[in-house]
Design a protein around this ligand. Structure first.
Ligand code: IPM
Ligand code: MN
Length: 336
């Protein structure tokens, strides 16, 4: 099997530990992946310098696949989030976050199966803010037909190729008549090309209410950028939080899987972190590379370890260290 080179950004805080866990597990599962590891960090950036070195961007563009740990977002004005810079620089236009109940992880519902697909390049995230005069600030939300249709089409294609039945466009077109109005219009238009997939529309606040009361209403959700940011965290909360939720940024030529959770500086370097989100993001990446057997094998091992609940990290109420949990998954690879 041809070996794929994947760019790895371990990230800040707990990033290097959880990235280490992913590398060990991939190696133990014989995944034909070699890593091109690059440390990008807010801490390395001096004022006026590029947030992300050209060599780092070139690496993902060349390899076409990347995996990214958490990156600290600089506080204050003047510096943009590295996460956002990566998404924009690499035109990663769709952000996919499957929220599927994990075996053995007790939550309010045990049959959650919702995927959020978030427009990832525009909306409120364009960074166009200014003070009109003291005390009055404007932030622009940019919605384009091109990006809306592109993410809508992606959502329907995703639904079709993953045997999903329904796509719901989540919006606030009742108030944001032009921006969300056009986004919704684009989703409606694209939905006509997919008669095999049911199309629904939902006001964002109703969607949030139903997600926590009748989540089975939803299957695939497609949303604008900030709406997707918020609703995907809500959906992740339904399955046990960001520590368990995988995520993938998809572009035309590049795929960058990432853990959505933060850098957890309080436990960094202590071997307490839960590597599940980054690992399952890595599993999504394996599927993108058509390494389905390896993906299944690792995913089953994770599920088994969670299911028998003997070895759990602290965030899930256990006492296991990151390294112990990693070893438990590796031990399960044989039987999984
Ligand atoms: C996410 C994160 C980022 C976002 C932050 C770190 C800028 O919350 O990936 O959801 O808002 O998109
Ligand atoms: Mn977020």
């Amino acid at each position: 099997q041809a070996v794929r080179t994947v760019t790895l950004f371990p990230g800040d805080g707990i990033g290097p530990e959880i990235a280490g866990a992913v590398k060990e597990i991939f190696r133990a599962a014989d995944a034909p992946v070699q890593w091109e590891e690059i440390a990008i960090s807010t801490k390395n950036v001096k004022p006026g310098e590029d947030l992300i070195p050209q060599a780092a961007l070139d690496s993902v563009r060349r390899n076409r696949y990347g995996l990214k740990g958490p990156l600290e977002t600089p506080v204050g004005k003047g510096h943009k989030s590295l996460n956002l810079t990566l998404r924009q620089a690499l035109s990663l236009y769709a952000n996919v976050r499957p929220c599927v109940s994990m075996p053995g992880v007790k939550t309010k519902f045990d049959n959650i199966n919702v995927v959020t697909i978030r427009e990832n390049t525009e909306g409120e995230y364009v960074g166009l803010e200014h003070e009109v005069y003291p005390g009055v600030v404007e932030s622009l939300k940019v919605i384009t037909r091109q990006a809306s249709e592109r993410v809508a089409r992606f959502a329907f294609e995703y639904a079709r190729s993953n045997q999903r039945k329904r796509v719901t466009a989540v919006h606030k077109a009742s108030v944001l008549k032009m921006s969300d109005g056009m986004f919704l219009e684009c989703c409606r238009r694209i939905s006509k090309e997919y008669p095999d997939i049911e199309f629904k529309e939902a006001l964002i606040e109703l969607c949030c209410g139903y997600l926590v009361s009748q989540p089975q209403r939803y299957d695939v959700l497609v949303l604008t950028n900030l709406a997707g940011d918020i609703v995907s965290d809500l959906a992740a909360g339904l399955i046990g939080g960001l520590g368990l939720t995988a995520s993938l940024n998809k572009g035309e030529h590049v795929v960058l899987a990432e853990a959505v959770h933060g850098t957890a500086p309080d436990i960094a370097g202590k071997d307490w972190a839960n590597p599940t989100a980054l690992l399952l993001s890595g599993v999504m990446l394996l599927r993108e590379m058509d390494l389905h057997d390896h993906a299944e094998r690792i995913e089953r091992a994770v599920h088994q370890v969670l299911q028998d609940a003997q070895c759990r990290t602290r965030d899930l109420g256990g006492t296991a260290r990151c390294s112990e949990y990693t070893q438990a998954i590796i031990d399960r690879l044989g039987t999984a």
